[in-house]
Design a protein. Structure first.
Length: 29
């Protein structure tokens, strides 16, 4: 797998995880 594709894949995964962490969790509220 080319490095560019790997970087984009990792970047999208990190953004998704950050978005999920910032998402308001109804269970904790």
């Amino acid at each position: 797998m080319p490095a560019a594709i790997a970087l984009v894949s990792v970047g999208l995964t990190v953004q998704l995880l950050e978005a999920l962490k910032r998402w308001p969790d109804p269970d904790t509220g």
